[in-house]
Design a protein around this ligand. Structure first.
Ligand SMILES: Cc1ncc(COP(=O)(O)O)c(C=O)c1O
Length: 387
């Protein structure tokens, strides 16, 4: 194994437990993130959680994290709000708009509940019509499939950058151009892209982009961010409001912060902020994001190739993919396959729509691990797996 990969793996102790192929659910925590969290917790324990220095440090941590995420994702100044998850970001974005009964949203049946359920809430509470493109068959012309559902009442398209189910990488820039042409807003769920797909938020054309900290950015649970395009800020309203939302206030009102921070309302857990900050710094400075992204993609392509060569196995994930690879093993239910693979030391997960096994390839995986997974799948497919 080359020295760099060895060093990277040494900082991810969870890798010694099993072959970690479920980054798409939650990534392995890097040691520098765990150390930063331990130090922050110790500081709370012994230094107390009050006093000017404590609040300066805590607010400073939040600002450092907004700025780091903005730099890594090329979001521009003041365009990042800290959230607790992708789903929180999606909800904040959706509820920041003044919906009228009869307004329409276009999305897809491949979307995660983190997008679909907030849309269903909009439908049920505001009378918004939700139109879903059928993208279950991967490799379609996604732009055309979404555009077909746009009407003069459509106000927003909500779509993932990478579909959590099929693993398909959607052409966000082209979708954004189509949305602009129809004067429709674009909300992107970046849960399976942020940290693993090269991303320049300012250029990609999305109006809102929600992302998690705990998946490909390897931060702790309960962290995330929402990007809001600067031009949209005058049009949106505060979904939540509290002292962090304001740049100034008086007894009868407040002036929202000029940037996306207006969507934050209070302090986030400082220990978690310290963890995500350290994880992203480690990714940027020690691992190198371009190297990590290229490697994850190459490993996923390798896995796809191997799986496609196994008789009977159906690879769902199309050519245009990121780091997720979904597949079906004939005659074996996905949950059974996941169990059989776990018994052989591979951590993957099952998905429902379509029913399949999903492997997430991280930059820290070795080629041998990827080949080993394909061999285990071939073994299960031949009927020799433990059912
Ligand atoms: C595409 C997609 N969207 C949303 C989510 C939910 O993410 P979070 O737990 O950060 O809200 C996930 C993963 O769980 C996902 O894969």
């Amino acid at each position: 194994m080359d020295a760099k990969l060895q060093a990277v793996r040494a900082a991810l102790p969870a890798l010694s437990r099993a072959v970690y192929l479920n980054n798409g659910t939650t990534g392995p925590l890097p040691a520098p993130a765990a150390e930063a969290m331990a130090a922050a917790l110790q500081e709370e324990l012994t230094g107390g959680r009050t006093g000017e220095a404590y609040f300066r440090r805590t607010f400073g941590l939040a600002q450092e994290l907004r700025q780091l995420l903005a730099a890594v994702l090329d979001a521009g100044p003041d365009a990042i709000a800290l959230t607790g998850s992708t789903t929180e970001g999606v909800n904040i974005a959706l509820w920041s708009l003044d919906w009228q009964p009869g307004d329409e949203v276009v999305s897809a049946n491949t979307e995660h509940p983190g997008v679909l359920f907030p849309l269903f809430s909009l439908r049920d509470r505001r009378g918004v019509t939700v139109r879903l493109a059928d993208l279950l068959e991967p490799g379609q012309d996604v732009v055309a499939a979404l555009e077909r559902l746009i009407t003069p009442r459509t106000r927003l398209v909500a779509i993932s950058h990478v579909a959590w189910s099929t693993g398909e990488l959607y052409p966000v820039e082209e979708i954004a151009a189509m949305c602009r042409a129809h004067r429709v807003l674009l909300l992107v769920d970046g849960a399976q892209a942020a940290g693993v797909v090269p991303l320049r938020l300012r250029e990609c054309g999305a109006d809102f982009y929600a992302l998690p900290g705990q998946k490909w950015l390897l931060g702790p649970e309960g962290t995330g961010a929402l990007y809001v395009r600067a031009e949209r800020l005058p049009e949106v309203r505060n979904t939540f409001a509290g002292y962090v939302s304001a740049q100034a206030w008086h007894r009868s009102g407040f002036l929202p912060h000029p940037g996306a921070r207006r969507f934050e309302y209070g302090l986030r857990h400082p220990v978690s902020l310290a963890g995500l900050l350290a994880a992203v710094r480690w990714l940027r400075d020690e691992v190198g994001l371009p190297w990590a992204m290229e490697r994850s993609h190459a490993l996923a392509a390798r896995l796809r190739r191997h799986l496609q060569a196994i008789p009977g196995v159906r690879v769902i994930t199309p050519e245009r993919h990121a780091a997720l690879v979904s597949f079906q093993i004939p005659g074996v239910r996905p949950e059974e396959a996941v169990r059989a693979l776990e018994e052989r030391g591979f951590w993957v997960r099952s998905i429902d729509l379509p029913p399949a096994v999903r492997a997430s390839c991280g930059f820290y995986n070795t080629e041998e691990e990827i080949d080993g997974l394909a061999e285990a799948v071939a073994d299960i497919a031949r009927g020799r797996g433990q059912r």
